[in-house]
Ligand binder design. Structure first.
Ligand SMILES: [Zn+2]
Ligand SMILES: [Zn+2]
Length: 314
């Protein structure tokens, strides 16, 4: 049997196609931690003295975020936040308890909240209301918008320096293409790790796993004995389809040319870095007339208030 090309001792069990390396399980795990740490340092995402809020769901990416961050940053400077959307059959108490246990075992405080607690309605209730009113908005829109609001709100009131999400390489490259296809230059610039923060009310977001493939987070979780949530969200069939199409194409190319996703993100990182530097003096974002949270340029209401108003929730 061939030996691992990193340690030269243990038998290689993993073929890491993007790098061409043959690895043993332990070296694969170390390789992931190293790459996350390198990316965090490269963009100065988190200084050793800084505090961070980790946004976690019950999935594998969240597990990897928690596990790797506990190894590369002082756990006492981290808090994990779990947001229960309120989707029947999907949000399971045991998954939340499991994540809480993982956080505690790693010395990271854990807090939970829910859509119900935050705005007074679960996602199921919002979607029902939306259908009753004949409003054609995808459940994912309510979900994503509210999750972002709640994460930022908690990061702000907890007074942490950074807010970390578990987006992986696949997510990041899909988002790049989505923004290009929609010609959304602002979002394209804002997706860069060095993008300016446009309001005092926004806590800087960091994505430590942005160079880690989704298959790698799955394998990492598996090797560490984490059994992730297998139930799918009941609204998955209502998910916007453009992202799914982009994902399909990207996987086909990655399959034929391993490492493609990494090269795309790296190329865009360096191209966008220059653009970001040119946009360092953007004006601050206006605030929502209703709730006082930041909103996009030329808007009166924020996305959350707009959505809730549309379904007569306010
Ligand atoms: Zn090895
Ligand atoms: Zn608002």
């Amino acid at each position: 049997m061939l030996t691992c090309q990193r340690c030269g001792i243990r038998p290689a069990t993993i073929m890491h196609k993007p790098s061409g390396l043959r690895l043993c399980s332990q070296c694969f795990l170390d390789y992931i931690v190293e790459r996350v740490e390198k990316e965090v340092k490269r963009w100065n995402m988190l200084k050793p003295s800084e505090t961070v809020l980790l946004a976690v769901s019950g999935g594998k990416d969240s597990f990897v975020l928690l596990d790797v961050m506990a190894q590369i940053h002082d756990p006492s400077k981290q808090i994990a936040l779990s947001i229960v959307e309120g989707i029947s059959g999907y949000n399971r108490e045991e998954d939340i308890e499991k994540m809480k246990k993982y956080a505690k075992e790693r010395g990271i405080d854990f807090i939970r909240t829910s859509f119900k607690e935050f705005i007074g309605a679960s996602l199921d209730e919002l979607v029902k209301r939306s259908w009753e009113k004949g409003v054609n908005i995808s459940p994912c829109t309510y979900c994503g918008t509210l999750r972002r609001r709640i994460m930022n709100y908690y990061a702000r009131i907890l007074g942490v320096d950074k807010l970390a999400t578990a987006h992986n390489l696949d997510d990041e490259v899909q988002t790049l293409f989505l923004n290009i296809l929609r010609a959304d230059r602002m979002r394209l610039i804002q997706s860069h790790p060095k993008a300016p923060v446009l309001s005092e009310k926004i806590v800087r977001k960091i994505k430590p796993l942005r160079k880690i493939y989704e298959w790698e987070t799955a394998l990492y979780s598996y090797l560490k004995g984490f059994r992730f949530q297998e139930t799918e969200c009941q609204y998955i069939y209502l998910r916007p389809t453009l992202r799914a199409k982009i994902r399909e194409h990207l996987y086909r190319i990655e399959d034929a040319e391993p490492g493609t996703l990494l090269r795309i993100l790296e190329t865009m990182d360096s191209l966008l870095e220059k653009v970001v530097d040119l946009h360092s003096n953007l004006p601050k974002l206006p605030t929502c007339k209703k709730c006082g949270e930041p909103t996009s340029y030329n808007r009166q209401l924020c996305k959350v208030c707009e959505l809730l108003e549309k379904i007569g929730f306010y």
